[in-house]
Design a protein around this ligand. Structure first.
Ligand code: TYD
Ligand code: MG
Length: 456
């Protein structure tokens, strides 16, 4: 039995069984580590009245869609990912690795909103107000119009939102908050969920837009794995590797816009700078006339981008040669190397192969296949590809080259960046021939690719 004084129970996330104390194993379904603390709902007396009248249904046709009020934050790349601006009363979860720049982005958004005369509340759970002030100085933000508070009690934050009525609130980070209703430590699944639910309810009720900042755990899930994603309206991931300055902001869920948008930033001494021309940024340090480098036209969401794929193929002294792929799917790379070996009779089984997407970007679409193959073949043969060449296309197991989506957008981006020639799937080329002053060269097989690239 649950005793009366207790305000929380531990509920198994697998089977729903509840126990009064934390246990390592659920006594009902025997699942390990599945018990999470939850606040007990307030019990309504039996036969008591409902607290509020039921909502009245109305015809869908009578509902006006203009209800959502959108504001531009002033950071164009952030606005783009949000779907055109920040919606009043919406909850935005910003996830990413520690040190990637989440706090910087949030503070810059605060500064931009405050610059428009909108009051903003910054709840600092990780840093002291002095530290945030130092960062603001570094970013060149005056700090006027931004209220800051160091507070980690969720109930207190909810009260502050009520009493200060800002246009937007930033909670940095959701993992530092704790709710008084629960006894478990801040950062635990129960605490993160309970605190977030409390703030979401309060922000929705008062029309305050809210940025919740969350760290990503080693497994790649937001701590309090996935528990927040259904609570919030928008989930943004801030990605990039620490060694590079380029950062990509990606929407993985958006109730107020498409999830196809990405924003690109560069981390500078003075904070995050927006990158309006990502292709130029990703190609900035491309070597000229070096074997093993191919330019790929890829799609990040709906945005075409040119990136450099690099390959190094060298003789291996190992019985099992090395295969390393950074920014590419390792399984896909293994498949492509096997196709090259079998169809093009390249002796890759005695060679180490290293592949890399320059600039720290991750490319996950099959359209990258042709560029991977071209880069690897170029490195293996020691012959550089033409400097004004762009490649894309999917490669099948028999060495056939398959058409991919949005070829026209890719071609236009290649033209915009001043490239003169595209080697692409024959299936795409038929619909495109000669567009935008770029020479289009369709290939249907790997043999034709090698011919087109003069690698045969
Ligand atoms: P931060 O926003 O604190 O990351 P997060 O909140 O995601 O943990 O930013 C961390 C890194 O950014 C830090 O290593 C220093 C760097 N940085 C700059 O290069 N320039 C700047 O102007 C700022 C504020 C930070
Ligand atoms: Mg931070």
């Amino acid at each position: 039995m649950v005793d009366k004084a207790r305000r929380s129970v531990f509920v198994c996330q697998e089977c729903g069984h509840s126990v009064p104390r934390w246990l390592g194993q659920c006594p009902n379904c025997n699942g390990w580590n599945s018990l999470v603390e939850e606040a007990l709902p307030e019990v309504r007396p039996r036969g008591g009245r409902r607290a509020s009248a039921p909502a009245a249904p109305r015809p869908l046709a009578d509902v006006t869609a203009s209800g959502a009020l959108r504001r531009r934050t002033g950071l164009a790349e952030l606005d783009r990912v949000l779907g055109g601006g920040l919606v009043q009363g919406s909850i935005v979860l910003v996830g990413g690795d520690p040190g990637i720049g989440k706090s910087t982005l949030a503070l810059q958004a605060c500064g931009a909103l405050a610059g428009q005369g909108l009051p903003v509340l910054y709840v600092a759970g990780e840093e002291s107000p002095e530290q945030v002030r130092l960062r603001a100085d570094r970013l060149g933000l005056a700090g006027a119009g931004v209220l800051i508070v160091a507070e980690t009690a969720a109930e207190a934050v909810a009260e502050l939102i009520e009493s200060t009525r800002p246009a937007a609130v930033v909670v940095d980070s959701i993992q530092t908050l704790h709710s008084m209703a629960l006894g478990s430590a801040p950062g635990s699944v129960g605490q993160v969920r309970e605190s977030a639910a409390l703030l979401v309810a309060r922000c929705k009720a008062s029309g305050v837009a809210c940025f919740l900042i969350g760290h990503v755990t080693k497994e790649g899930a937001l701590a309090g794995p996935r528990v927040l994603e259904h609570l919030v309206d928008t989930v943004l991931y801030f990605e990039g590797d620490g060694a590079h300055a380029l950062r990509v902001l990606r929407a993985v869920k958006n109730r107020f816009g498409s999830t196809n948008e990405v924003g690109v930033f560069e981390m500078r001494e003075s904070g995050l700078a927006e990158v309006a021309n990502p292709s130029a940024a990703f190609l900035a340090e491309r070597p000229v006339d070096a074997p093993g480098s191919a330019v790929l036209a890829t799609l990040e969401g709906s945005r075409p981008m040119l990136v450099e794929i690099q390959a190094l193929v060298s003789r291996s002294g190992l019985a099992l040669p090395r295969r390393t792929a950074i920014g590419l799917d390792a399984g896909r790379v293994a498949l492509l190397l096997a196709v090259l070996e079998k169809r093009m009779r390249m002796p890759l089984h005695e060679q180490d192969v290293f592949l890399n997407v320059a600039g720290g970007l991750r490319v996950d679409e099959p359209a990258a296949d042709l560029a991977v193959v071209a880069a690897a073949a170029s490195s293996a043969s020691g012959r550089a590809l033409d400097a004004d060449l762009v490649v894309w296309g999917e490669v099948g197991l028999t060495g056939e080259v398959r058409a991919v989506s949005r070829a026209e957008a890719r071609l236009r981006e290649a033209a915009r960046q001043g490239f003169g020639r595209c080697v692409l799937p024959a299936g795409n080329a038929r619909a495109l021939a000669g567009t935008d002053g770029v020479v289009v060269h369709g290939v249907a097989t790997l043999e034709q690719l090698f011919e087109a690239l003069a690698l045969a």
